[in-house]
Design a protein around this ligand. Structure first.
Ligand code: NAD
Length: 253
């Protein structure tokens, strides 16, 4: 139960809309994972405050200085506490909607893989995933174990003559300057949905920030769940300023 009755009433409203919606699109950002211990972009304690690290997260830097890129990439995306993070009630509630038979598409800006760990099966990772990397030459894929075991992870595949490929791997994460992925699919999912739920994103990173407008053009309801005000609050059908995990746990209970 919410101590704040106003929030409680808004959550009841969300609960009713979720129950009456068959196709639900969910757009998530870093805020849905803070309750799992992964800081969001703005958090004082987040590595994202370190401008030197962020400036190095480009594909150009990866190609020109892989020995410098990979340790910085790991300090940004693969800290032990991020790798060990588990889904929270927010991720769990979204997966639960799907288990109840709703047609749910998750569009996430996160690279932490927590929606899939919670059990969601249709997840569009528009900024890629930190959980794997691939060889730029032979496209072989490598998971977390390989990335964590090597300072500069390389392709270990052998050709028919036993020669090791050895190319430095490229992370699946979308680096600065690279285009977002699955964007057309995300727009299609929103077009066919009855409800767009926007959770834990400041809606400042384009082009994802413009997705709520696509829903509104179709007269699809837009619900925002975020701790602080977002640029779309004034136009949304329902806005709940509270913790995503608590709101979703109650709304899907
Ligand atoms: P952002 O940091 O700009 O915004 C996060 C929003 O979530 C903030 O407005 C904050 O008030 C809100 N928030 C924080 N905790 C919350 C909670 N418990 N409940 C509800 N709201 C909460 O994040 P963004 O919009 O996703 O953009 C940041 C970029 O950084 C994205 O591109 C993302 O890929 C990347 N990023 C990813 C991760 C991750 O994978 N977990 C973490 C940090 C940053």
């Amino acid at each position: 139960m919410f101590m704040d009755t106003k929030v409680g009433t808004l959550v009841e409203n969300l609960r009713a809309w979720l129950a009456s919606s068959e196709r639900i699109a969910v757009l998530t950002g870093a805020g849905i994972s803070t309750e799992s211990g992964i800081p969001d972009f703005r958090s004082e304690h987040g590595v994202w405050q370190d401008e030197d690290l962020l400036a190095a997260m480009t594909d150009r830097h990866l190609r020109e200085a892989p020995d410098d890129f990979w340790p910085k990439y790991k300090r940004t995306f693969l800290r032990p506490e991020y790798v060990a993070a588990q889904p929270n009630d927010g991720h769990g509630a979204i997966a639960q909607l799907e288990r109840r038979g709703k047609d749910v598409t998750v569009i996430t800006q996160n690279v932490d893989g927590l929606h899939q760990l919670a059990g969601s099966t249709r997840v569009l990772e528009v900024h890629g995933s930190a959980r794997f990397a691939r060889c730029p030459r032979c496209r072989s894929e490598y998971g977390l174990d390989h990335l964590l075991a090597h300072d500069i992870p390389r392709c270990t595949r052998e050709d028919a003559k036993g020669a090791v490929c050895g190319a430095v791997l490229h992370p699946d994460t979308v680096l600065f300057g690279q285009p977002v992925r699955h964007f057309d699919e995300a727009i299609r999912a929103i077009h066919r949905s009855d409800l767009l739920l926007v959770i834990g994103t400041s809606l400042t990173v384009e082009p994802v920030a413009s997705l709520p407008e696509c829903a509104q053009r179709d007269r699809t309801r837009v619900v925002i769940v975020n701790l602080e005000i977002t640029s779309f609050d004034a136009r949304a059908d329902l806005v709940i300023h509270a913790k995503a995990g608590e709101v979703l746990r109650e709304a899907v209970r």
